[in-house]
Design a protein. Structure first.
Length: 111
């Protein structure tokens, strides 16, 4: 089960499945004119799962956000995607984390 927290205004989700690991930080806004920013954090360890394609990551995040919107009357937009350089390029995992983070953000009164 993924771990979901909030840190410095960003919703953070982590998922570790065997040797694969993904951590995703998302900042949300209700402002639809926001420009999306993607930030790569430095590697945490010495593993190498291959590069993360930022366009594929953004597409996965938007897919997860759309899934969260299907069951909600709220509409949120992602203002920043933050990921870790040495995480696994598993875009399905990122989409799932984005859905969970968006659902958590929709329950949060501060977004």
């Amino acid at each position: 089960m993924p771990s979901i927290t909030k840190h410095d205004g960003a919703f953070v989700g982590s998922m570790v499945t065997g040797p694969s690991h993904n951590t995703l930080h998302l900042r949300f806004t209700k402002d639809e004119s926001v420009e999306l920013v993607t930030t790569k954090l430095p590697a945490v360890g010495s593993c190498d799962h291959g590069p993360i394609d930022e366009k594929a990551l953004a597409d996965a995040v938007m897919k997860g956000l759309a899934a969260a919107h299907r069951d909600s009357a709220q509409t949120l937009h992602v203002s920043e995607i933050i990921y870790i350089a040495d995480d696994s390029p598993r875009y399905g995992a990122y989409a799932y984390l984005a859905m969970l983070l968006a659902e958590a953000a929709m329950e949060d009164a501060e977004v």
